[in-house]
Design a protein around this ligand. Sequence first.
Ligand code: BEZ
Length: 213
Amino acid sequence: MKSIRLGDVAPDFTAKSTEGEINFHDWLGDSWGVLFSHPADYTPVCTTELGTVAKYKSEFEKRNVKVVALSVDGLESHQGWVKDINETQNTTVNFPIIADEDRKVSVLYDMIHPNADSQHTVRSVFVIAPDKTVKLMITYPASTGRNFDELLRVIDSLQLTMYQKVATPANWVSGEDCVIVPAVTNEEIPELFPKGYTELKPYLRMTPQPDAN
Ligand code: BEZ
């Protein structure tokens, strides 16, 4: 198995899910994608995570992102558990959950880390761009539920920096000042960043977020 790195094409697969069979690349279409694994159905942290993602549906849609979850449990287990998620998290699960009983997708995406747990997937997150390349990978342990606000924050940064010659500083959230990438010369700045800029050091130049009001 070849490990996945940023910039690689996200491996394609066909798998059973709670919303029918998914061919991953076809299913993604022109959207951004989030593929995230959880260790097991009917577990407390996972229950809160999937409920949270269901509640964030409109935030993902706003960003043209399709979300799909995965665990190595089967379809029947997923379907029963979804009822519990809906009941306890006061939501309706509105995205597919892949049933990866044969661990095909988990292995393809290196989601099983045997020294942490030989049987179950860890909490992996992959963000995939419309060209199907992997833009972000984060791995959390089973004991720690993910911060989905952070995931949205990174997606905002990825989508901004794909089109503008900026990068985003520590703890940036959409609307805050950005860093002008080093490849941009000071002479190019007035045209690229008409809102102006502040030069703290020649390599550290800040500008208001170009596409914000
Ligand atoms: C959980 O989702 O609650 C969980 C899953 C595996 C190990 C520990 C916690």
